[in-house]
Ligand binder design. Sequence first.
Ligand SMILES: Cc1cc2nc3c(=O)[nH]c(=O)nc-3n(C[C@H](O)[C@H](O)[C@H](O)COP(=O)(O)OP(=O)(O)OC[C@H]3O[C@@H](n4cnc5c(N)ncnc54)[C@H](O)[C@@H]3O)c2cc1C
Length: 395
Amino acid sequence: MALAPTATLGPSLDLSPEHEMIRQTAREFAQKEIAPIAAHFDETGEFPAETIRKMGALGLMGIEIPEEYGGAGLDTLSYVLALEEICKADAAHGTIMSVNNSLFCYGVYRFGSEAQKQKHLRAVASGKAIGAYSLTEPMSGSDAGTMRSRAVREGDVYVINGRKSWVTSAPVAEYIVLFSMTDPDRQHRGITAFLIDTKLPGFVLGKKEPKLGIRASATSEIVFEDYRCPAECRLGEEGEGFKIAMSVLDAGRIGIASQALGIAEAAYEASLAYAREREAFGQKIGQFQGIGFKLADMKTRIEASRLLIYQAALAKQRSKETGSRFTLEACMAKLFASETAMFCAHAAVQIHGGLGYSKELPVERYFRDAKITEIYEGTSEIQRMVIARQELGIK
Ligand SMILES: Cc1cc2nc3c(=O)[nH]c(=O)nc-3n(C[C@H](O)[C@H](O)[C@H](O)COP(=O)(O)OP(=O)(O)OC[C@H]3O[C@@H](n4cnc5c(N)ncnc54)[C@H](O)[C@@H]3O)c2cc1C
């Protein structure tokens, strides 16, 4: 029986000409506009507003959102290809892009009302405003059910109080998808999602988080002091927040896997070039088996990551028609790609010797940036826990 060709990948896993074009466009932009400024923004920790604005104009800030809501109307494979290229130039730009696309736009598109899509989604997907996602609190990260922030209904508003931590893009965001507790007795089933307008009174920026890597992405605490959120800005129903948070993280984890792949490839390509040129003991260092084996392991893990990411992207694309979950595919892609990024960045520093430790080359930045992919949007331990539960059939 002949196999029907898929809409997104050819029988030999080749990309379609349209996907190749998207990858090429993102690559050219990333190498021309982002790569030359990445070290400066890493050093200063400034937010790269100008390049993010240009990414919005290119359609990179709402890739999968239909054009009627301000997005580019492309598929999930286009998203992962573009994000990989941006992260190969600079993972911090990739963090901002990933949160905007997967954690804000996807959530509002999937769970928002028509009015919310017209107001909040259109602005963020078109790149005119920046979106953020706030689940974590100082005393609750992996275990979201213990969050302490409270949202109390008073007539047609919710009064929100509490402190949230580690909010990517918070200092520059216009809108934030916030998760807060409306019914503490029900723990994670008592969490509700809200669309926060950061211009309203009661929204206060907290301390800036001092970070090891992805330093150009702006990350801070946020504080709610009697913030009055109109009831029409509730995302989904009361008590649905945890379900929304986890569904959105499924999409986000595919983005973080793509970010990790971009970092791993950058580390690998720098190492390959260096191994071909640098000489020791009368030969190129790539001719030493100790270096060659490192390169072989890097390349193999990179290509395996790519396959897991494409599999997850296709599963997410299918879910748009069938409503099926893609949790397992997303977790496996994130787990393997993030550990690959760390493996490759570690090997890259070693292959470069002393120069790998120098700020004159980007290799040390790849090393610092890679680590975050094993932590945010669910640590590697949490990915393993979810994968095991899925396989064992544990709810
Ligand atoms: C740079 C950066 C940006 C971030 N951006 C955002 C953002 O935009 N929005 C947002 O909401 N959050 C964000 N986060 C928060 C991030 O998602 C959390 O840090 C992460 O989920 C881990 O939570 P935690 O830090 O509270 O660690 P904890 O949950 O306290 O975990 C500590 C350690 O215990 C392990 N652990 C916990 N539970 C288990 C378990 N059941 N089994 C085995 N091990 C376990 C963890 O894996 C980890 O190693 C960001 C974090 C960083 C560092």
